[in-house]
Write a protein that binds this ligand. Structure first.
Ligand code: KIV
Length: 275
């Protein structure tokens, strides 16, 4: 067992208490087998709405539904024994107001077993975060580049450069003051991520926001080289599983066409039952 991991599943207050300590580790997962792998090494597993792009081939996260999040959340829960599970609230499931957000957050938690939900948005979402937290829903916030606002932001651009940094700083302070137990900082300049991390009392989890954050998150298919739709600068490829899988599939196809597969060891004989 790694010295950095807890023996029991951490709860949101345990994650919050890790501010400034050993960096928090989070990866996404959408299926049971991947959740099992991630669970052994991470503090938190995020059932991200990136599932829409990564597994369902959607052009953005906007088409992701509550039903998709519940289906994948349940699958991930079956693979988890030690990490804390966080489920993303999909676009359209919380923006109307605190009551709508509570109804859908409660459904996500009750039907998946997640310990917390994540939602996108800064100062304008603070009243909703406070409403959820007061009713027993732990919230991970997400500021900076918020992919559900891709059209409003004009693309997946770096946020908070120059004078715009003040807006992001205020967003982070607002979600922390509203009671979020942690906040994802996406695609921010390093200096701004460092400033925000020093200024707020909850852990910052960076994605494209430098090692100055209190933890890191990546989309698991990105870092494994399985999702090749596009490759942001902040993604480090720790493996090239997509290329390895394609090589294996090509070898299978060639062997089938050449009648080299199945070979003798894959064939059942009439004489040896059970073999
Ligand atoms: O949906 C997702 O995977 C995310 C992470 C990239 C932070 O929100």
């Amino acid at each position: 067992m790694s010295a950095t991991l807890e023996a029991k599943i951490p709860a949101p207050p345990d994650i919050r208490a890790r501010k400034g300590g050993v960096p928090l580790v989070m990866l996404t997962a959408y299926t049971t087998p991947v959740a099992r792998l991630v669970d052994r090494h991470c503090d938190m597993v995020l059932v991200g709405d990136s599932v829409g792009m990564v597994l369902h081939g959607l052009p953005s996260t906007l088409g992701v539904t509550m039903e998709m999040m519940i289906l994948h959340g349940r699958a991930v829960a079956r693979g988890i024994e030690r990490a804390m599970m966080v489920v993303d609230m999909p676009f359209g499931a919380y923006e109307e107001g605190p009551e709508q957000a509570f109804r859908n957050a409660a459904r996500l938690m009750a039907e998946t077993g997640a310990a917390a939900v994540k939602l996108e948005g800064g100062a304008h979402m603070a009243p909703t975060i406070a409403f959820l937290v007061a009713r027993g829903v732990p919230v991970m916030a997400h500021v900076g580049l918020t992919p559900q606002a891709v059209h409003a932001l004009g693309g997946y651009r770096v946020q908070g450069r120059g004078a715009d940094g003040e807006r992001i700083r205020r967003d982070a302070e607002a979600v922390a003051a509203a009671g979020a137990f942690a906040v994802v900082l996406e695609k921010l300049p390093e200096a701004l991520a460092r400033e925000i991390t020093a200024a707020i009392a909850i852990p910052t989890i960076g994605i494209g926001a430098s090692a100055a954050c209190d933890g890191q998150v990546l989309v698991v298919d990105d870092m494994l080289g399985l999702f090749t739709g596009f490759r942001p600068k902040f993604v480090k490829r720790y493996a090239e599983l997509g290329a390895a899988a394609e090589e294996a599939i090509a070898a299978y196809a060639a062997e089938v066409r050449a009648r080299r597969f199945p070979a003798a060891e894959h064939v059942f004989s009439a004489e040896a039952p059970g073999a």
